[in-house]
Design a protein around this ligand. Structure first.
Ligand code: DAT
Ligand code: MG
Length: 149
């Protein structure tokens, strides 16, 4: 089963949307296997967003992501990477349809509330960067057979 990295960004934390975002993922049927509320260091921010190093928005992205704590999580499910990206919505909150977290709660690309891994290969790398293996809990959810086929 796939695992994917999610974090509620500092704006989501400041705006009191942690519960709402977790609730949407839970209700969708995804399974929480790790979570920690944390302050992101400059170092972690730089490693996580290394791919954007040469973008004009890089400095403001690092400033944004380190400006207040984040709620970091790992979610599990069949096709979890795709499913979570879909629940989060397009990168720019005014693109795409409403109904997703970013489209329902956000307006600006630089205040888009959440991160979610974009593909399985990156999900694996990001989970390793953010969590130790002991922090990831393998557990049996009683409803699994009614959610996972
Ligand atoms: P996503 O977060 O949907 O995976 P991404 O990986 O392309 O998007 O970019 C990472 C973050 O960088 C994104 O959530 C917000 C910021 N960002 C991306 N493109 C941007 C742009 N053109 N202007 C400002 N910020 C941008
Ligand atoms: Mg991305």
């Amino acid at each position: 089963m796939e695992q994917t990295l999610v974090f509620v960004k500092p704006d989501g934390v400041q705006r009191g949307l942690i519960g709402e975002i977790i609730a949407r993922l839970e209700k969708r049927g995804l399974k929480l296997v790790a979570a920690k509320f944390m302050q992101v260091s400059e170092e972690l921010a730089g490693q996580h967003y290394a791919i954007h190093k040469n973008e004009p928005f890089y400095d403001s992205l690092i400033e944004y992501i380190t400006a207040a704590p984040v709620m970091a999580m790992v979610w599990e499910g069949n096709r979890a990477v795709e499913a979570v990206r879909q629940t989060m919505g397009d990168t720019r909150p005014t693109d795409g349809k409403s109904g997703s977290i970013r489209q329902d709660f956000g307006l600006e690309i630089g205040r888009n509330l959440t991160h979610a891994s974009d593909k399985l290969e990156n999900a694996k790398k990001e989970i390793e960067l953010w969590f130790s293996s002991e922090e990831i809990i393998s557990w049996q959810r009683v409803l699994d057979e009614w959610i996972f086929e």
